[in-house]
Design a protein around this ligand. Structure first.
Ligand code: NAD
Length: 456
């Protein structure tokens, strides 16, 4: 694949100077080069999916069955409605069923003729029900119930006898490995992961997870669904957190860690936003839901000791039912449907009072370093393990999965601007964090050999 790489002598200054005065927020990447790079990544991923799965049985995913009418169920339904794909949305909670059409309409883009047009469109394309059988009648069913293994397994066990032989089932799980989810199924080959994301402002993507037992036809169907609703299909292997959350959760965990070290919410958010993140990590946590984030962190921290720092702060907030935007209170307070936070949540100060404030002084740069380095470390380990095809999959995951700034071209495209030697040196300044700041072996090797993530 021909990567759009800035050369060492181009005016994009490929290697950043080894000068500690240079801020991490500085961006030497030309906007057109970053945009071209991202377009190529998206084309490459679509081409790869077509090449690998195009020959398998095609699936018309309409109407799309969606089980769970929460944050994600309504968001996926909105994505379907946007592309004219009918959907049947099922939830076991009466209130969730009753309010689903309105919540789906809110998630659609603002129509020129007013909100009523959205409601009418939803009424035309979306049916709602409390009966599992309604979703089971669809050729493609996505479950989006809460992130708890037992709940999801029980649901899948109830669902399977209601399905026809060819029905594809996808789980929108954020982190639970398919190998665990598929345990109660008689036909685990029909199950794949379809991990959707909240809209992140750029092109939409779905991370398609190929379990050990998933049939190629199942993946082909998921690629068809992605194409039908204009989402980039990122097909990846089964692992806790897959690709996107394996990168996102350590970043969010680091933001929580910084709060317990006495860094303010404003300072964390400002550093991330100045770097170009669509929103700061704490507001993103509010959007995701603190309970969902806790379940994800829990699943992933069990899989690797140095991946996620466990956060008692998150536990405290969840116990206090400060779950983020869905309860109108998380790190920030919210008002009705307004997505913008109104103010800091005073309950946070109370929760933080338990932690002794550390005397370490942070600057915007040291905060950025803390937020970004865990992602680079894990991305390097994933490349080393072969759990992604190449650096391009990592970059698409962060760009389209959680709003990494497009102007940077992606995490590893950006890291290549600094060079592995500089990254290793920067990690050395985080020595006070212990083993999790020790540079990944592949990174050290890259530094020694002067290699990049994108090699020509
Ligand atoms: P949520 O709590 O907003 O919604 C879950 C819905 O499922 C609720 O309406 C609940 O009533 C319903 N439900 C629970 N058990 C059910 C059952 N047995 N049958 C039918 N309905 C049932 O949760 P969410 O944030 O939408 O997350 C759902 C899934 O999507 C989780 O697996 C989560 O990890 C994943 N996910 C979430 C995000 C995010 O940003 N929130 C992003 C990607 C993936």
């Amino acid at each position: 694949m021909g990567w759009d790489l800035p050369s060492k002598d181009s005016n994009q200054g490929f290697e950043m100077p080894h000068n500690s005065e240079v801020s991490l927020a500085q961006n030497p990447i030309a906007p057109e080069a970053a945009a071209r790079h991202i377009r190529r990544l998206m084309d490459a991923e679509r081409r790869q999916a077509a090449l690998q799965y195009g020959a398998h049985v095609r699936c018309n995913p309409a109407p799309l069955g969606i089980i769970g009418a929460g944050v994600m169920g309504t968001s996926i339904a909105a994505a379907a409605v946007r592309r004219g794909v009918p959907a049947i949305v099922v939830d076991n909670d009466e209130q969730a069923v009753a309010s689903a059409p309105q919540r789906i309409a809110v998630r659609l883009d603002a129509p020129p003729a007013g909100a009523d047009v959205n409601v009418e469109k939803v009424q035309r394309l979306v049916q709602t029900s409390r009966e599992l059988a309604a979703a089971a009648s669809c050729p493609f069913v996505v479950e989006t119930v809460v992130e708890e293994l037992a709940v999801k397994q029980q649901l899948l066990a109830q669902l399977e006898p209601l399905l026809s032989a060819g029905t594809i089932v996808a789980s929108n799980t954020s982190t639970i490995p398919l190998v665990k989810l598929s345990a109660p199924l008689r036909d685990p080959g029909r199950l794949c992961g379809c991990h959707f994301f909240l809209p992140v402002g750029q092109a939409a993507m779905v991370e398609i997870i190929r379990g050990e037992k998933t049939r190629p036809e199942t993946i082909a169907g998921a690629v068809d669904l992605a194409n039908a609703i204009d989402h980039v299909p990122l097909v990846v292997a089964d692992a806790p957190g897959f690709v996107v959350n394996r990168l996102l959760v350590p970043y969010l965990a680091e933001a929580l860690q910084l709060l317990t070290e006495g860094v303010t919410v404003q300072a964390v958010e400002a550093a991330a936003e100045a770097f170009g993140m669509l929103m700061g990590p704490l507001r993103l946590l509010d959007e995701i839901g603190l309970d969902t984030a806790l379940e994800c962190a829990w699943t992933m921290s069990g899989s690797s000791a140095d991946l996620v720092v466990r956060s008692p702060l998150l536990v405290t907030m969840v116990k206090a039912r400060q779950l983020g935007r869905k309860t109108q209170a998380g790190f920030f307070l919210y008002d009705g449907h307004d997505p913008l936070p109104q103010q800091l949540n005073p309950a946070l100060a109370k929760a933080l009072a338990r932690w002794p404030q550390e005397p370490r002084t942070h600057t915007a740069d040291t905060i950025l370093l803390r937020l970004l380095m865990p992602m680079i470390q894990e991305a390097t380990r994933m490349l080393q393990r072969g759990s992604v095809r190449d650096a391009g999959q990592i970059d698409l995951a962060v760009l389209l999965g959680f709003g990494f700034p497009a102007s940077r071209g992606g995490l590893l495209y950006w890291a290549d601007q600094w060079g592995a030697a500089r990254i290793v040196q920067l990690l050395g300044t985080l020595d006070y964090l212990g083993p999790r700041a020790h540079a990944a072996p592949r990174l050290v090797e890259m530094a020694q050999k002067g290699r990049r993530f994108y090699e020509g």
